[in-house]
Design a protein around this ligand. Structure first.
Ligand SMILES: CC(C)(COP(=O)(O)OP(=O)(O)OC[C@H]1O[C@@H](n2cnc3c(N)ncnc32)[C@H](O)[C@@H]1OP(=O)(O)O)[C@@H](O)C(=O)NCCC(=O)NCCS
Length: 164
């Protein structure tokens, strides 16, 4: 297996996989629109197959994970990609790595909190408002839970983590 940067040789395949996973190549987080097909990121590649993708955006020493997908869950792919972004953020002397997930994504909440991320904010009804713009966002999400809120998680790089 390899972790490779997203670049000209794999961009088209990455875009297809991201479109299939998220239904759209634009991602709006905290009122900011990201274009997934233009973001830096990494793929987890096994033989010639992409098994996972992470994209990120660095602004003002804050590194946002915009998307993370594992296409073969529970074998370590998500952790490898997450660690790769943390490594890049450290190299670029970022103060933190942060991300948004939604209130239905209990798996992501568990995943990130077990990996040194802290739940720092709930943007109440942010998804309900976003749905007025982006009608394709389903009402019911993972685990049968209504999707309503953004949850902000962050992993600070400028302090030590007693639990990670
Ligand atoms: C959240 C997500 C990225 C996690 O990816 P993943 O590849 O399943 O993550 P990992 O395999 O590294 O870790 C998941 C679990 O598998 C376990 N695991 C990893 N390697 C393992 C192995 N070889 N054998 C057994 N278990 C293993 C880990 O311990 C972990 O459990 P834990 O969280 O209780 O510690 C994935 O579920 C996903 O793509 N979800 C859909 C998209 C999404 O919601 N993205 C996040 C919001 S941006």
């Amino acid at each position: 297996m390899f972790i490779l940067p997203i670049g000209p040789t794999n961009r088209s395949e990455v875009n297809t996989l991201l479109q299939k996973s998220w239904g759209d190549l634009t991602m709006i987080t905290q009122n900011h629109t990201h274009y997934l097909d233009q973001l830096p990121g990494f793929v987890y590649q096994k033989f010639d197959s992409i098994q996972g993708i992470v994209t990120y955006s660095i602004q003002n020493q804050y590194c946002e994970i915009v998307s993370l997908n594992s296409f073969d869950q529970n074998v370590g792919i998500g952790s490898h990609l997450l660690n790769k972004v943390i490594e890049v953020a450290q190299q670029k002397t970022c103060q933190k790595v942060w991300l948004i997930t939604t209130n239905d994504n209990l798996n992501a909440l568990k995943f990130y909190q077990k990996r040194g991320f802290d739940l720092v904010r709930l943007n109440h009804n942010a998804i309900t408002r976003l749905r007025l713009q982006k009608r394709m966002i389903p009402l019911i999400g993972l685990n049968g839970i209504p999707i309503r809120h953004e949850l902000v998680l962050e992993h600070r790089l400028d302090i030590s983590h007693p639990y990670s």
